[in-house]
Design a protein around this ligand. Structure first.
Ligand code: GLY
Length: 316
């Protein structure tokens, strides 16, 4: 590494919510997250830029049916899947996103394309038009387990938490609060953040997720943040932008994360966040029981998956 190069850092998440149901569930999520961290960190270690690393990380997580983004997304109240994603290049302070798009494998790819456009956030019809314009192949992200969950909810008039149904068998926390996200610092000190989601599940048609808003995904030259949890809670805290701006104003990332989580907890929010600052600090925080995250600090891979862990936030 030359004198003006910095040590790349990476953190990814696969959602927040109720605790993992067992050590077996923990091991399954750990394997999925660590494999993504390994692959994406390789790109950063060989000089890849933060935006490409974040895009690649989001694609890999969108591919994993365990998480609520891309393949494995939850169904909305009308039984359809509508996904949202955002990408923010901190060095250029440029945000792009796609809202409620269907029949595509990688919503994050659309957000990446929009980085270079004048109109950088598109929704439903605009997303469908863009897919057609780019000749993106049609892809159905539905998996059987999500359909079964939705059908069970329908039989019960949607009055039961989705969490306790099929998710129990899969040994995973509540899929409805899931989202995936990636934050990276590259060897030139540039930060990027990306977030992708199938939404809350069972929402009204037209409901807009925080994931494609600066509240849920934000970065500048000082820090980057990706959020997960109940979108309405994240929007009302303006969480990602708030943490980043606090760091830009001189607060350490650990303090900014702690303060923001304490405020969120005092208002009974249900959310989590991952972050990296330009000084190389990696941090995460949550008001929910668990945040499913893993990171690479330049030396080794670590994670937040201690299924009894009740810490509000932490940093590395
Ligand atoms: N955080 C994902 C959503 O609420 O849509």
């Amino acid at each position: 590494m030359s004198a003006n190069q910095v040590q790349p850092k990476l953190i990814v998440h696969g959602g927040a919510g109720g605790h993992l149901r067992s050590e077996k569930g923990e091991a399954m999520v750990r394997k999925a997250l660590h494999s993504v961290v390994e692959e994406v960190y390789d790109l950063l270690a060989y000089g890849g830029n933060a935006v490409d690393a974040v895009t690649m990380g989001c694609q890999l997580l969108e591919n994993q049916p365990t998480f609520n983004a891309g393949t494995g997304s939850v169904l909305q109240s009308d039984g359809q899947i509508r996904m949202s994603a955002a990408l923010m290049d901190g060095a250029r302070q440029r945000f792009s996103g796609i809202i409620n798009v269907s029949r595509v494998r990688h919503p994050i790819e659309l957000a990446k394309f929009l980085q270079g456009e004048d109109d950088r956030v598109l929704s439903d019809y605009g997303g469908a038009e863009l897919l057609r314009e780019l000749n993106v192949p049609i892809y159905d992200p539905l998996i059987n387990i999500r359909l079964q969950e939705w059908m069970q909810e329908r039989e019960e008039n949607f009055d039961k938490e989705m969490a306790g149904v099929i998710a129990e068998q899969a040994l995973i926390h509540e899929p409805r609060k899931g989202t995936i996200g990636v934050v990276a610092l590259d060897d030139r000190g540039r930060i990027a953040a990306g977030t992708s989601t199938g939404g809350k599940g069972l929402e009204r048609i037209g409901r807009v997720s925080d994931s494609a808003m600066p509240a849920g995904n934000y970065a500048d030259a000082s820090a980057g943040v990706s959020c997960t949890g109940i979108g309405e809670d994240i929007m009302e805290e303006c969480l990602a932008a708030k943490i980043v701006i606090r760091v830009g104003d001189g607060m350490s990332l650990a303090t900014a994360m702690n303060k923001s989580m304490e405020e969120s907890r005092s208002r009974k929010r249900d959310l989590g966040a991952i972050a990296i600052a330009s000084d190389g600090t990696i941090a995460w925080g949550k008001t929910s029981e668990v945040i499913l995250a893993a990171y690479h600090d330049g030396k080794q891979i670590g994670d937040t998956l201690n299924w009894n862990n009740q810490e509000l936030s932490d940093y590395h």
